[in-house]
Design a protein around this ligand. Structure first.
Ligand code: NAD
Length: 335
């Protein structure tokens, strides 16, 4: 029987992936803490697979310990693999598999949700009526119809976001280093330059991965070139945005609203209950003081459908490994 140590496990992981693995006859040990150099000592002989998520730190030292205990597979239950030292994994003969995509709809729909919640002042309205305050002053939004939405990145998620925004009757303009012109023509959406997005978009939504070239793609210079009062949405990766520069742009009103599902220093904060602790991150604390900022803690992926897909693909990956086979090529990650 294959034995899995599953790290950073939340209740929804146990309910979906945990159940799926157990139903497949795979033995699972649930660990609520993340895998890193300190916690790797909990991995003992007899463990075949470690199952990890976005914030586990599977570096060389961790991999050396895993290999010494006989672990032979790292099963990522997410798409991103930046937390795994792939070269070290290859050197020690550990197979690394992932879930390449779970629900691009979940993430795109969350981006649109954040934009609409900001536009129609939903958090403020909700707080007000719960205080039995039924006034409307300060809750004026705008029609989406006729506005311009700029998308930076038109991969799986950006494309769906484009189609949803188009449904509001907006003009959708897009930039991507590898534009899909055939799709754009079919969808009735147009590719433009980045500076055109800056000049014309009332809402800018980021859908590119984090690469050295996209790190702080939204910086002080770019923020100054955006349309005054623009709404910025980032459900992709925190470090696409220079948060300190964003705070300055919020203070001057250059940026009129921000919806973030990701934050460059989210590790160790997002997914955790810190409600009884002192917040030591002054940037995040300042960000949370703006009435026109909505932050969600990396929950864009969190739909039932996405969790089911993560469970299905991760279980298949581990089952293939258990049979001595390779998972599908698109799910294998190599250096
Ligand atoms: P994708 O790979 O399908 O698309 C990425 C797009 O970015 C592609 O069109 C590609 O041409 C473009 N791109 C590639 N290199 C680029 C570069 N150097 N500069 C600018 N653009 C570049 O990815 P996706 O599945 O659409 O995911 C988009 C983002 O969403 C990723 O950052 C991913 O990490 C993030 N994501 C977030 C969540 C969440 O829960 N918040 C969940 C899943 C994915």
């Amino acid at each position: 029987m294959t034995t899995v140590a599953m790290f950073d496990t939340k209740r929804y992981d146990r309910d979906h992936l945990g159940e799926s693995l157990l139903a497949a006859g795979i033995d699972v040990k649930f660990r609520e803490f993340r895998l890193n150099a300190e916690t790797v000592e909990t991995v003992t002989e007899g463990t075949d697979v470690v199952c990890v998520f976005v914030n586990d730190k599977v570096d060389r030292a961790v991999i050396e310990h895993l290999a010494s205990k006989g672990v032979r597979m790292i099963a990522l239950r997410c798409a991103g693999f930046n937390g795994v030292d792939l070269a070290a994994a290859a050197e020690h003969g550990l197979l690394v598999a992932r879930v390449p995509a779970y629900s691009p709809y979940a993430v795109a729909e969350h981006a649109v949700t954040l934009a609409m919640a900001l536009n129609r002042r939903i958090p403020q309205a909700n707080r007000r009526v719960r205080d039995m305050n039924f006034t409307l002053d300060g809750l004026v939004g705008f029609d989406m119809h006729g506005k311009t939405v700029g998308l930076i990145g038109t991969g799986k998620i950006g494309k769906i976001a484009g189609q949803i925004f188009k449904g509001f009757g907006t003009r959708v303009i897009m930039w991507d280093p590898y534009p899909d012109l055939a799709w754009a023509q079919e969808a009735g959406l147009e590719y433009v330059t980045l500076s055109e997005i800056g000049r014309e978009a009332d809402i800018v939504s980021l859908h590119v991965p984090l690469f050295p070239e996209t790190h702080h793609i939204i910086n002080d210079l770019v923020l100054a070139a955006l349309k005054p009062g623009v709404i910025l949405i980032n459900v992709s990766r925190g470090a696409l945005v220079d948060t300190v520069a964003l705070i300055e742009a919020l203070k001057t009103g250059q940026v009129g609203g921000v919806g973030l599902d990701v934050y460059e220093e989210e590790e160790g904060k997002f997914f955790e209950d810190l409600s009884g602790e002192i917040m030591d991150d002054d940037v995040l604390a300042r960000l949370l003081t703006f009435p026109n900022v909505i932050v969600t803690a990396h929950q864009a992926f969190l739909t039932k459908e996405a969790l089911d897909e993560i469970a299905r693909v991760t279980t298949e990956n581990i089952q293939a490994f258990g049979r001595g086979e390779q998972p599908e090529p698109s799910r294998i990650v190599t250096a």
